[in-house]
Each structure stands twice: as structure tokens, then as C-alpha cells.
Design a protein around this ligand. Structure first.
Ligand SMILES: NC(=O)c1ccc[n+]([C@@H]2O[C@H](COP(=O)([O-])OP(=O)(O)OC[C@H]3O[C@@H](n4cnc5c(N)ncnc54)[C@H](OP(=O)(O)O)[C@@H]3O)[C@@H](O)[C@H]2O)c1
Length: 313
């Protein structure tokens, strides 16, 4: 059966795939979201491949638990850097801490993410899902770029989602004060913004040997959505989760995209696990992408030219 581009994900999710197992021995990878779901299994997979890890997490107890789990089985370095992504100051502090560690970093994987059925706002006034899924990863990427460039070849991977297809991005109402919020559209807005800025980063990184790509990590069991109400959690537990796959498939795909030597210079791509796919049209809009990039700079206290932290922040 021939699928239109917009529906290729329905085919790709069933395609047989092969995953790279090339060693990451001695590489250092910064990973967010490692305390649960896809991120936790990915941390173990990266450690199995020999990578040292810097885990950026908000919950020290959970982060230490994952660190111990990794170090029980693998002889790799694991550092923990704390930041709650609802607070962009904490993201900047985490970046400062990573930059002060002085070691090269070979990869940055943005796995932290959330889904909320209700609109809520951070103390700085950002819609929370937009802040956690997009603004925090955007700011961390900008701040770590000098180190990633100095460590090149290096790779940035945004764990995005087919959920970007729900769109919801409106530059005139990023805080959802003028529109009715739904969980899918709020999630779609955050993932669309992340994709649009991925293409802008890729342009700016041309020739630097720092690549940036995004991927859908499969439809897998995790704790996403557990922040929502009782009915949602009940529905998720008994209806959604039983249909989902084991997150090891996500971990293998993420590992592949970070390790596969044939991808060393491949940038500006969207993958469904390891299969390249065309994102939705709205997420490829190159008139919109510089605008959301600039807005993201402003909202995160980043200078749009240098991509350094602005002095008054
Ligand atoms: N599961 C899927 O089928 C699926 C499909 C498409 C895309 N994704 C994407 O995959 C990524 C991982 O999701 P998951 O399914 O593995 O969900 P998960 O089990 O809920 O894990 C989410 C991770 O993000 C962290 N996080 C959430 N809010 C944070 C905050 N305010 N500050 C810092 N860290 C925060 C969580 O930390 P805590 O442990 O402290 O809560 C956790 O480590 C997300 O970007 C998600 O959008 C997942």
C-alpha cells in the first residue's frame, strides 16, 4: 500500500529495523530525562556501549538510583546535574555546571518531556509543556554549543514525537491565554517548536561537524502523563499502555543515531526510530522557523546572534 508522506509513520512503525552497536567507549554524553521511561533505558544502553554520562535531572533521589543501577553493571563515569526544566534559571545553572566540568562532550540527547491535559504556567509565565519540552532543551543546546563545537565531531539528538503532527503552535499565543488548550495541541506545539528550531540550529552548525537531528522514539511504555488526573491515568494504565512496546526499542534507536558512523555528518533529519521520515508540513515551514528561533532566544535569555546567555539575564 502507498502511504502519503503525512501518514508514512503508520508504515514505518511496523518496518523491520537494524540498529548500530558500534562502541561508544570513552565518549561522554549529556542526557536529560534519564530518571524514567525512555531516558532511563537509554542511559543503561549508552553505558553498556561504554559511554560516560552526564545526567541532567530534577529529582536527585531518582537520578542517584539510575546512577547506582548503571554503575552496578557498567564501568563508566556518571555525573548528575540537577535542574527542573520548569525553571529556565536552573537550566542555565545546569549548563554552567556542565561547562565547568571542562571535559569534551560527544553528544547531547534531549529526552526530558511531559504531556499535560490541562494548561498550567511556570513561575516565569510560560506554558509548562512548552517550557519543559521546548524552551529548556533549546536553552541547554545553545549553552552547550561552544563545548560541542570544541569537542567536534559531536551529535545533538532531540527526542521529539509524531505528536508534533497535532501542531498547536501559534506565535501570537505561545502561552495559550487566547485559545482553548488541549493536551494534544499543547504537546504538538512544543514538539513543533523544537523541530522548527532544529532546522535553524542545523543551518548555523553547517561545517562545524556538530550534527543535530530529531526523532520519534516509538510508541513505548513509560511514565509520561502520570502528572495528569485520575481518569487519564486510569485510561493510560488500562487502555493505552498495554498497546505500547518496550522502551528498549527506543534506546536501541537512540543509541544507533548517536553511534552509527555512517551518520557522523548527517544533520537536519527526522527519524521514526532509525527510519528517516518527512515531518508534517507545518514543522518544515522555513518562514516560521527563524521566527520561533528568535522568540525562543528571547524567552530563554539567549543572544540570537552569538547564542550565548544575554548579560541582563
Ligand atoms: N513514550 C512514548 O511512547 C513517546 C512517544 C513519543 C515521544 N516521546 C518523548 O520521549 C521523551 C521521554 O518520554 P517518556 O515517554 O520516557 O516519559 P517519562 O517516563 O515520563 O520520562 C520523562 C522524563 O522527563 C523528565 N522530566 C519531566 N519533567 C521534567 C522537568 N520539569 N524537569 C526535568 N526533567 C523533567 C522526567 O523526570 P522525572 O522522573 O523527575 O519526572 C523523566 O526523566 C519525551 O520527550 C516524550 O515526549 C515518548
Amino acid at each position: 500500500m502507498n502511504y502519503p508522506d503525512e501518514l508514512m509513520f503508520l508504515k514505518n512503525r511496523k518496518m523491520p529495523m537494524t540498529f548500530s552497536t558500534v562502541s561508544l567507549q570513552g565518549k561522554t554524553i549529556v542526557l536529560t530525562g534519564a530518571t524514567s521511561g525512555i531516558g532511563r533505558v537509554t542511559a543503561l544502553k549508552l553505558a553498556e556501549g561504554g559511554a560516560n554520562l552526564i545526567l541532567v535531572a530534577r529529582n536527585p533521589k531518582l537520578a542517584n538510583h539510575v546512577k547506582e543501577e548503571i554503575q552496578r553493571s557498567f564501568n563508566v563515569g556518571v555525573n548528575i546535574v540537577l535542574a527542573d526544566f520548569r525553571d529556565l534559571d536552573e537550566v542555565h545553572q545546569a549548563a554552567d555546571q556542565i561547562l565547568s566540568m571542562t571535559d569534551p562532550i560527544d553528544g547531547l540527547i534531549h529526552c526530558a518531556g511531559m504531556h499535560s491535559t490541562q494548561a498550567t504556567w511556570t513561575k516565569a509565565g510560560h506554558e509548562t509543556v512548552f517550557c519543559v519540552n521546548h524552551l529548556a532543551s533549546f536553552a541547554l543546546t545553545c549553552r552547550l554549543l561552544p563545548l560541542l563545537k570544541a569537542s567536534a565531531p559531536s551529535r545533538i539528538l532531540n527526542i521529539n514525537s509524531e505528536g508534533h503532527r497535532f501542531n498547536g503552535l501559534d506565535l501570537n499565543d505561545l502561552t495559550w491565554k487566547k485559545r482553548h488548550y488541549t493536551g494534544l495541541r499543547g504537546y504538538g506545539a512544543s514538539k513543533t517548536a523544537q523541530l522548527l528550531t532544529t532546522w535553524e540550529f542545523a543551518d548555523r552548525l553547517e561545517g562545524s561537524r556538530v550534527t543535530i537531528n530529531a526523532m520519534h522514539p516509538g510508541d513505548v511504555k513509560s511514565n509520561i502523563g502520570q502528572n495528569n488526573g485520575f481518569l487519564y491515568r486510569l485510561f493510560s494504565k488500562w487502555v493505552i499502555q498495554p498497546m505500547l512496546n518496550d522502551p528498549i526499542v527506543s534506546a536501541k534507536a537512540i543509541y544507533s543515531l548517536m553511534a552509527d558512523p555512517s551518520l557522523a555528518d548527517v544533520s537536519r533529519r527526522f527519524y521514526h526510530l532509525v527510519i528517516e521520515e518527512i515531518p508534517a508540513k507545518h514543522a518544515m515551514n522555513r518562514q516560521l522557523s527563524p521566527k520561533i528561533f528568535e522568540i525562543s532566544c528571547r524567552l530563554t535569555g539567549i543572544d540570537p546572534i552569538t547564542l550565548e546567555r544575554t548579560e541582563n539575564e
